[in-house]
Design a protein around this ligand. Structure first.
Ligand code: ZN
Length: 66
């Protein structure tokens, strides 16, 4: 079902766009490295502001409900 997969991808992009447009503005600057594992945080991620963790650590944190 390629159509379903395409639609899911589209929804994900729309959800992310919606999330980012409603995300609070962070006053804190992002860190260049993850505070959890020291991994470099990509510039695109730092641009969001207030980013302190890499994608991996952030996703683990969110899965825990924190
Ligand atoms: Zn990390």
């Amino acid at each position: 079902m390629a159509d379903d997969a395409d639609r899911a991808g589209e929804e994900f992009v729309l959800t992310m766009a919606n999330y980012l447009s409603h995300a609070p503005k962070f006053d804190e600057p992002s860190l260049a490295e993850c505070i959890e594992c020291g991994e470099d945080i990509p510039a695109r991620r730092q641009a969001v502001g207030g980013v302190k963790r890499c994608v991996d650590c952030q996703s683990v944190l969110e899965r825990k409900g924190g």
